[in-house]
Each structure stands twice: as structure tokens, then as C-alpha cells.
Design a protein around this ligand. Structure first.
Ligand code: ZN
Ligand code: ZN
Length: 268
């Protein structure tokens, strides 16, 4: 699927509808722009297809897709300018660099600011909203649509797109088996990672030589029964007051609790 091409079509239709200056047609502008935002986010996701296969997000909305992309690469929604040059000396930045252009990306801020708001325009105002004069303000909708159309146009006019650079770590989650991937930011030795499926958390440690270690964040918890020495291992995110388990050794029940222990005042 060429999402960029699709996004262009949505934008064109949105612009045509905006051009009619007919308030009753604004809902179509809203629809087209929402679809343009979706197409651009899926387009961005395709650049990460090795780490984030389309089958995983085919039913998701842009914000969720972008959240995962940002988790894989914190710079996934940043504009970037790329330049190349021949090094005269190995590892030394050349004096002459040739710019390849700047990539504009539909960033999380734009998605957050506009996507859900657009959705709200697609409903008939409730009676309460009408009574309190909070029905659709067409001028406001039009301004918002123009702002989004401009942002989408900028993204679509980038001379280069979907460049991703970086080194990765990937691993099936030890708890649920879902693939997890994480970019190792340049110059960082430790990166926290969390499985977005089950919540299991890890620390990825750079061991050098392109090797990383995924350290699960787990705790060993002894059974609360003093005459039992069984221990269970739990994930950090499972450590929560009220959670309980049956000890497989003594069959007793253990519950995490937050407590205050009181000792009465000493009387003499
Ligand atoms: Zn998991
Ligand atoms: Zn026990």
C-alpha cells in the first residue's frame, strides 16, 4: 500500500472541499484530513516494518501507532536533515557536506492536538451542547482544518522520507513471547524497555561489540510463612498491593500489602 500516495489524494479532496467555503461541507474536510493523518502515520510505520510488522497495528489508530514508533525510536517523529560527504580522514567530519534535504514528519504533537478533536466534529451536537450554545463553531473547525492541511502538505512535500538510521535490539518478550524492539540511542549504555503487550519491563545493557543484554526487571519474593523457604520470581509491574498468590510449597496464601505496624506506648 502506498500510503503517501493515498495521503496526497485525501489532502487534495480536503483542499477542494475547503475551497467551497461551504460550512456544511466541513465534515467532509474533517474526514479527508483524518484519513490523511492516518495514512501518513501508517506510512511512517512502514519505515519500521522490520521491527513493527503491519499485522500488529492494522486495526490501530494513529496515536497508538506513533506511541510504539516513539518507543522503538524516540526520534521517530522528529524532522531531520541528512547530509553526506567524503571523509578525507577516517572518522573526521568532511569540510564539504552535501545536503540531501529535510524530512518533515507528522509528529505526535500534531496528532495529539488534532486527531481526536477532528473526530468530535463528526457527531451531531448533543441537545445539551446546543442549549449551552456549544454547538459546532464552523470558523474554529475551518481554522483547525486549514492548520492540519498545511501540516500534511509540509510532510508530503519533503524531498526525502522514511529514513531511519540506528542500531536495534530485539527480543521476544520472556513473559508473553511478543516481539519487542528498541533502538539503542547513540552514546547510551542502558535503556529501559517495556513490553507493550504484557507490561514486562527490562533494561537493555550495551555490552559493546554490537551485543546487548536484556535484563528482566524481576524480584525474588520469599513466602510469608516463616517455616517455608519457597521463593517466587515476579515482574516489577506485578508488585502491587492486593495481589496474591498461593505458595506451591506450603499451599498458604500470600498477599502483598501496604501496611502500618503500630506499637502501643510503653507504660511504666
Ligand atoms: Zn510481554
Ligand atoms: Zn510457602
Amino acid at each position: 500500500m502506498d500510503y503517501r500516495h493515498e495521503a496526497r489524494k485525501y489532502l487534495k479532496r480536503a483542499e477542494n472541499e475547503l475551497g467551497t467555503f461551504d460550512d456544511d461541507r466541513l465534515k467532509y474536510v474533517v474526514l479527508e484530513l483524518r484519513m490523511a493523518m492516518e495514512a501518513l502515520t501508517y506510512d511512517r510505520a512502514q519505515a519500521f516494518k522490520d521491527e513493527f510488522p503491519p499485522s500488529e497495528y492494522e486495526t490501530w489508530q494513529p496515536r497508538k501507532v506513533m506511541t510504539i514508533l516513539l518507543d522503538i525510536d524516540p526520534t521517530a517523529d522528529c524532522d531531520a536533515t541528512y547530509s553526506i560527504g567524503r571523509e578525507k580522514e577516517y572518522g573526521v567530519r568532511p569540510e564539504k557536506m552535501e545536503s540531501l534535504g529535510t524530512e518533515k514528519i507528522l509528529n505526535m504533537e500534531t496528532i495529539r492536538k488534532h486527531y481526536d478533536a477532528l473526530g468530535s466534529y463528526l457527531h451531531v451536537p448533543t441537545l445539551k451542547q446546543v442549549r449551552s450554545n456549544k454547538a459546532h463553531d464552523y470558523n474554529k473547525i475551518r481554522l483547525r482544518c486549514e492548520e492540519i492541511a498545511t501540516a500534511v502538505k509540509h510532510v508530503l512535500s519533503s524531498p526525502i522520507f522514511n529514513v531511519t538510521l540506528g542500531s536495534f535490539a530485539s527480543l521476544p518478550c520472556m513473559e508473553c513471547g511478543k516481539p519487542m524492539r528498541k533502538r539503542m540511542p547513540h552514546g547510551k549504555n542502558e535503556v529501559p524497555a517495556q513490553c507493550y503487550e504484557c507490561g514486562a519491563s527490562y533494561v537493555i545493557i550495551d555490552k559493546g561489540n554490537r551485543q546487548v543484554e536484556w535484563k528482566p526487571l524481576q524480584h525474588e519474593i520469599p513466602c510469608g510463612n516463616n517455616s517455608c523457604d519457597h521463593k517466587i520470581v515476579i515482574w516489577h509491574h506485578e508488585l502491587e498491593a492486593g495481589k496474591s498468590w498461593t505458595c506451591p510449597a506450603c499451599n498458604g496464601r500470600n498477599t502483598f500489602c501496604l501496611g502500618v505496624r503500630h506499637e502501643a506506648e510503653l507504660q511504666d
